[in-house]
Design a protein around this ligand. Structure first.
Ligand code: IPM
Ligand code: MG
Length: 357
């Protein structure tokens, strides 16, 4: 029987709570697919700071590197907000992205039909919404050098560097073209080529890459316009590919269109095939430990794990259908609650999905 190594990092806040049902779902789906999972658990973020003094212990990075896929809950919380930037929980996540070479971040924004009324947009604008945002994750202004704050002419000056090399642009564009091919064949590359040289290069390299994917319809859009179009007429998009910071911002906008951040999974992929899977939402410290968190984004992240790292699409489909059925039956965690719906907690939601799987 094939065996896969899965490394679980529950992290902070609601992370451990949403992880429990997700791991149960993962085991059940694996058993149905006839594969064995070797699951081990480690520390990242605030819990790692508390236990070891650093947000990304060397042991965590090494164990993640040695696995087929990593499943992460979330990192951060007010308890660690006073720490310097290098010691904050977020650094654990950024270190994993960089250390594992997770350059391609896939953030689907999919509207589950029964949740249409939870969107901040009119239902007709979001019904059947299905967008995939592909964010470059290991380059750009997040990692560019030089960076820092220094004294110049008797005042402090802060600076970061937005830098992309051709190969970084070409490989993320390729992921965009390939995924567009598997979906509706439309790729929109988002940049700021009217102002930034980096973006002019980005546009050139993406257009070059298009030559190998003639069946994909490629368009380019400035990031400010893209932000506007996402809230004006989001269904015009199929796949969006963009740099690290633009993708950070646009993916939050897209997430909100679907009505609940608590529903959205993500995948971050390396060239090696290794992937890290995590819910798009944060650690929600205000509701941690109260059995109120929505575990569906983490459960749907497990579906992506089966699809992209383990290459078992049937298991991914099965998990996604189970979630859809539970929503159709009217069960809701507080974040997606509505009139005439049955309110359930984290644990119950997990059990309901298990029962449908
Ligand atoms: C995200 C988050 C992170 C980012 C933070 C927590 C460092 O906002 O995954 O979108 O900016 O990438
Ligand atoms: Mg973000």
């Amino acid at each position: 029987m094939t065996s896969h190594k899965i490394y679980v990092l529950p992290g902070d806040g609601i992370g451990p709570e949403v992880m429990q049902p997700a791991v149960a779902v993962m085991h059940k789906a694996a058993a149905s697919a006839g594969v064995t999972l070797e699951v081990s658990e480690g520390l990242v973020g605030g819990v790692a700071i508390d236990a070891t003094g650093t947000p990304l212990p060397a042991q965590t990075l090494a164990a993640a590197q040695a696995s087929d896929a990593v499943l992460l809950g979330g990192v951060g919380g007010p308890k660690w907000d006073h720490l310097s930037m290098d010691q904050r929980p977020e650094k654990g996540l950024l270190g994993l992205r960089q250390g594992l070479g997770l350059f391609a971040n896939l953030r689907p924004a999919l509207l589950f039909a029964p949740l249409a009324e939870a969107s901040s947009l009119k239902p007709e604008l979001v019904v059947d919404l299905d967008i995939l945002i592909i964010r470059e994750l290991t380059g750009g202004i997040y990692f560019g050098e030089p960076r820092g704050v220094e004294s110049r002419n008797n005042e402090r000056v802060g600076f970061n560097t937005l830098v992309y090399a051709e190969h970084e642009i070409a490989r993320i564009a390729k992921v965009g073209f390939e995924l567009a091919q598997k979906r509706n064949g439309r790729l929109c590359s988002v940049d700021k080529a009217n102002v930034l040289e980096v973006s002019q290069l980005w546009r050139e390299v993406v257009s070059d890459g298009h030559k190998n994917f003639a069946d994909v319809e490629l368009s380019h859009m400035y990031v400010d316009n893209a932000a506007m179009q996402l809230v004006r007429a989001p269904k015009q998009f199929d796949v969006i590919v963009t740099g690290n910071m633009f993708g950070d911002i646009l993916s939050d906008v897209a997430a909100m269109l679907t009505g609940s951040l608590g529903m959205l999974p993500s995948a971050s992929l390396a060239a090696s095939g290794l992937g890290l899977y995590e819910p798009v939402h944060g650690t929600a410290p205000d509701i941690a430990g109260q059995n109120k968190a929505n575990p569906l984004a983490t459960i749907l992240s497990v579906a992506m794990l089966f699809r992209y790292s383990l290459d078992i699409p049937e298991a991914a489909d099965a998990i996604e259908s189970a979630v859809a059925r539970v929503l159709d039956m009217g069960y809701r965690t507080p974040d997606i609650a509505g009139a005439d719906k049955t309110l359930v907690g984290t644990v119950e939601m997990g059990e309901l999905v298990m029962a449908q799987l």
